[in-house]
Design a protein around this ligand. Structure first.
Ligand code: 0WE
Length: 262
């Protein structure tokens, strides 16, 4: 059985009740994990309040601000983990950002600053958080990140995020190769499109979801809780032989071709 009791799990990327990270946090909690939650702080503290209220039923033992563009915040996050937990077993990375105007129009017009921003927040952050977690994963561990098919196919408007996710998937392999010696496994979940805060801001997301409902083998999209179950599996001993992989949790969409003909 899937059992995460005695495991300390840090979950990043919860913004609201539609976040994939929220689906993951709920399933890790259900499996018995002890949770630490990070949120992206804003000036007014609105995000802190909102996320704190949401996660309260999961009784997190840590609740910390962590903006990955701020080295100090990352340092203090892992200092607190070291003091309060002593060790960390699970790291969930559900962070991505690109400028809105880089998620539409011509990819060739992506600015240097927009390119760097997307790769810093969406790609480098996995490397950075994994490096910070490594010395605290003293009993082995599991790192899970979220990716998307746009890493390996050219998906309309995904643009710079596709490049960022391609780098993220390669980072999964390089981290897995390094951290395996310490019995730390690193995997990615490639989720199908889901309505979240991030995706709702994208023009045409409803058309994309409709398309998936027409052509995916399961004739539907996936839910945050299904992604959460896969994350819980990857973090459990049931997945002890799996590392460096990208698992598609997409109702089978990725295997299909000739989608217009049925
Ligand atoms: O990875 C993602 C979301 C990425 C994302 C979305 C936004 C929207 C608002 C990153 N940064 C921002 N910045 C914003 O200001 N997905 C897999 C969801 C997604 O995003 C798309 C998609 C899909 C699917 C963007 C274009 C086309 C398809």
């Amino acid at each position: 059985m899937l059992n995460l009791s005695g495991k300390n799990a840090l979950v990043t990327g919860i913004a609201n009740n539609r976040s994939i990270a929220w689906g993951i946090a709920q399933q890790l909690h259900k499996a018995g994990a002890n949770l630490g939650i990070t949120y992206l702080p804003d000036e007014k503290g609105k995000m802190e309040k909102k996320v704190a209220e949401l996660v309260e039923p999961l009784n997190p033992s840590l609740f910390l601000p962590c903006n990955v563009e701020n080295d100090e915040q990352i340092k203090s996050t892992f200092e607190t983990i070291s003091q309060k937990w002593g060790k960390i077993d699970i790291l969930i990375h559900c962070l991505a950002f690109a400028n809105r105007d880089d998620l539409t129009g011509d990819f060739s017009q992506t600015s240097r600053s927009g390119f760097n921003k997307a790769l810093e927040v969406s790609t480098y952050s996995l490397v950075q958080l994994s490096g910070a977690a490594k010395p605290l994963m003293t009993e082995g561990g599991s790192i899970v990140t979220l990716t998307y098919l746009g890493a390996v196919r050219a998906i309309p408007n995904y643009n710079i995020m596709g490049v960022a996710k391609a780098g993220l998937e390669a980072s999964v392999r390089y981290l897995a190769a390094e951290l395996g010696q310490q019995n730390i496994r690193v995997n990615g979940i490639s989720a199908g499109p889901i309505r979240t805060l991030a995706s709702s801001a994208v023009g045409g997301i409803l058309d994309m979801i409709h398309h998936v409902e027409q052509v995916a083998p399961l004739r539907r999209t996936v839910t945050q809780l299904e992604v959460g179950n896969t994350a819980a599996f990857l973090c459990s001993d049931l997945a002890s032989g799996i590392t460096g992989q990208i698992l598609y949790v997409d109702a089978g969409y990725e295997i299909m071709g000739m989608c217009a003909i049925r």
